[in-house]
Design a protein around this ligand. Sequence first.
Ligand SMILES: NC(=O)c1ccc[n+]([C@@H]2O[C@H](COP(=O)([O-])OP(=O)(O)OC[C@H]3O[C@@H](n4cnc5c(N)ncnc54)[C@H](O)[C@@H]3O)[C@@H](O)[C@H]2O)c1
Length: 269
Amino acid sequence: MKRVLITGSAGHIGRVLREGLKSRYPLIRLADIAAQAPAQAGEEIVKVDITDPAQLAHAMEGIDCVVHLAGIADEDTWERIHRMNIEGCYNVFEAARVAGVKRVIFASSNHAVGFHRRDRMIDDQVTPRPDSRYGVSKVFGEAVGRLYADKYGLSVACLRIGSFRPDDKPTAPRHLYTWISHRDTVQLVQRAIDHPDYHFVVAYGVSNNARNRWDNSNARLLGYRPQDDAERYASEIVSTGAQEDEREALFHGGFGCLVEFAGTVEEID
Ligand SMILES: NC(=O)c1ccc[n+]([C@@H]2O[C@H](COP(=O)([O-])OP(=O)(O)OC[C@H]3O[C@@H](n4cnc5c(N)ncnc54)[C@H](O)[C@@H]3O)[C@@H](O)[C@H]2O)c1
């Protein structure tokens, strides 16, 4: 995996990957619709809108591995989710297939399985239980990834990222379960790029948190050995008096479950 394309490289995670993966590969092509800092050695900057297949086709030329981050990173209107995270995501996989790219690493989310109860550990085999339109789009991305692995032989990793914080610090009670540090994020993506051989894998993007509730055996198989633990910040978080809503605390997706919530908590097993 020598030539890597990162979509959404101007975003929070993209900028951390850009820095963390610098000089590790002969080429990192950084694709975003937004402006980016000028290219350094081993980098190329391309302005790409993932809703435009022609622009994507151009961006994929000569690429071995795509790290697909671009899109809407939170709950939003169906129109925006549909355009960026459904159509845009499909366009990325399809452009990768047509260009002969070997591997796609998809930034999925814990919100794809958010309505599973937190008192149960979950692994990569649990059924999808999206907690939002955003979560639905991540289930969709994982399904497209599965299709493109099985039908077209792409190697695909779906990383269900927990809570990546721009300031690299967990600040809310839920983060004690879900946080991933910057250096662990870089390590996980690097392992997913470098691993010599996998067909399709779902792994959780989470640090080595004492309160982790996700069975991350697959990330371990990729060689991921997280270095950080949100517990280090526990007393700081407690001292702010911040408390998780008790209904949010029932579910892996936390706050994502309660946005627009009009259901009955007891009915969600
Ligand atoms: N941050 C987290 O905790 C977290 C958790 C789970 C999953 N993720 C996923 O990881 C990815 C990156 O997250 P982030 O926090 O860096 O988000 P971000 O919003 O900071 O970055 C997203 C990037 O995508 C770009 N983008 C948006 N629409 C585009 C388009 N049409 N064409 C090209 N580029 C476009 C934006 O310009 C932006 O730079 C997202 O897919 C998000 O859903 C993030």
